[in-house]
Design a protein around this ligand. Structure first.
Ligand code: NAD
Length: 461
């Protein structure tokens, strides 16, 4: 064996031992939120003086260093949270590594004229507190780490308790890769136990300069009332409209693929279908060619309602992100195969249509015509300004729907995930800030805009 190979093997073994070492305080993991913030602050004080090229090397070092761990990210995420599908999580984590922008996302702009030159530069915020969801535990930590570090910041993560071990493991790994690429220690930190108190401490800590909250409506609202600059990436209930001009066979495939992806956990995933009556039967016929289970017996529907809705009529968290067969079995609905998606015809008022279920149960609502479908889609999206899809060949209607519904993402004639760059153009993110308007976040969302003016100089026209 060559000396070089031997060195790299020894390095890998040593860092794996360090990664699996439960001691906190090493590799970015702390027992208290205060320590996690203070250490990230120290790291950022150092990091802010790094050259852009050094920043780029660190971000790209993390990106390439994480590639061999994609399967492990997916496996740990599914095993610990007990949600989602391993093979889909591999795709999600790969997407994040492939398409999250880095330092190149930060571009300076300039004004020049008779009075000289004014530059608009993008500077780090400082230390960002990032609260992450259980539905995309590793994807969000990777995506936000790349973007926030590219922006010159340090980041303190507060993960969901149901994905804490996976998150702690990942933060350690990112720290190790960052430091191998030249970063100061603890540029990315977290706590070994995420509690409501530690979240409060993060939100009020004087050394946290910005909050980035990826989660449901209550936690986004909480962040917004903290008094700090907050990026809020909240809940959605993405409707999908299908009109009579659509390629119905393709629409059925796209809806099936989008709605069943990672058991419907992506916040952008199709949550309710509004189909024009004239093509409703054909859409259902085409959907039945996919690996779905269609609920037809009203008794089965009742069983399903009782199982997947809680006493408040919202999604029962025990079934969020679970496989369709598990849901059917728990509901006592017999099904002799392993479907990816359960579909059920409902009214537009049904709780399956109104609530963000985040499980592979897709309500289909028949509508008289396109106008009614659009009206229902707007109501069901509930002004969350998140995502919507439409299958149609009528450009005027596509335009009208996009204008009316005002979502951050509007996907035409494709599965929902095209909207985050999976099979669609554009970069990716797992932090889509509808409520606060940053949209699909990237490095440039995590920086301050600063102006630098030179009077009477460098104007050369
Ligand atoms: P969640 O709101 O239950 O949790 C999100 C994070 O907030 C977790 O870290 C959790 O521990 C923390 N949290 C929640 N309530 C808290 C409280 N009262 N005090 C302190 N911390 C609290 O959401 P989830 O189940 O993890 O994720 C699913 C939700 O997130 C869905 O509504 C989904 O639409 C949304 N989401 C949005 C985006 C987006 O980009 N817009 C991305 C992913 C998920």
């Amino acid at each position: 064996m060559e000396q070089k190979e031997l060195n790299s093997m020894v390095k890998k073994i040593v860092s794996n031992i360090m990664l699996n070492n439960p001691t906190t305080g090493a590799n970015g993991v702390f027992t208290s939120m205060n320590e996690a913030v203070e250490e990230a602050y120290k790291a950022q004080q150092n990091y802010k003086n790094y050259a852009l090229e050094q920043r780029r090397q660190i971000v790209e070092g993390i990106r390439s260093g994480l590639r061999p761990y994609i399967e492990e990210c997916a496996k740990r995420g599914v095993d610990e949270s007990k949600m989602g599908r391993y093979e889909d999580k591999i795709n999600k984590n790969t997407l994040v590594l492939d398409k999250t922008p880095g330092v190149e996302d930060l571009s300076t702009s300039a004004f020049t004229g008779d009075n000289g030159l004014t530059l608009v530069e993008l500077s780090p915020f400082g230390v960002i507190g990032s609260i992450t969801p259980v539905t995309n535990p590793t994807e969000t930590i990777i995506c936000n780490s790349l973007g926030m570090l590219a922006g010159g910041n340090a980041v303190v993560f507060s993960p969901h308790p149901s994905a804490i071990e996976t998150s702690v493991w990942l933060v350690k790994l990112i720290n190790r890769l960052a430091s191998e690429a030249g970063a100061p220690p603890n540029l990315v930190t977290t706590v070994d136990k995420a509690t409501l108190e530690s979240v409060d401490e993060m939100m009020s800590h004087p050394k946290i300069n910005m909050l980035c909250i990826t989660g449901g409506t209550p936690i986004v609202k909480k962040g917004l009332s903290s008094g700090k600059k907050t990026i809020g990436a909240g809940a959605g209930n993405p409707p999908v409209i299908v009109d009579e001009t659509a390629d119905i066979e393709q629409a059925a495939k796209d809806i099936f693929n989008g709605a069943s992806f990672d058991n419907n956990m992506p916040c952008i995933a199709e949550k309710v279908v509004l189909v024009v009556e004239a093509v409703a039967d054909y859409l259902l016929f085409c959907l039945e060619k996919e690996n779905i289970f269609k609920v037809t017996d009203p008794e089965d529907l009742k069983k399903l309602e009782k199982t997947i809705l809680n006493e408040k009529g919202a999604a029962h968290k025990d079934f969020v992100g679970k496989n369709a067969l598990h849901i059917l079995q728990q509901a006592g609905v017999s099904c002799g195969y392993d479907p990816r998606l359960i579909i059920v015809e409902t009214s537009k008022e049904h709780l399956f249509a109104v609530e963000e279920l985040m499980m592979p149960v897709l309500p289909i609502v028949r509508c008289k015509d396109f106008d009614e479908a659009l009206e229902n889609a707007v109501v069901l999206e509930n002004n969350l300004r998140h995502s919507a899809m439409m299958h149609s060949k009528n450009v005027d209607r596509l335009t009208e729907a996009a204008r009316r519904i005002q979502t951050t993402i509007f996907v035409k004639n494709a599965p929902s995930y095209s909207g985050i760059g999976f099979g669609g153009e554009g970069y990716t993110t797992f932090t889509i800030a509808g409520p606060t308007g940053e949209g699909l976040t990237s490095a440039r969302s995590f920086v301050r805009t600063r102006r630098c003016v030179l009077k009477n100089g460098f104007y050369i026209r």
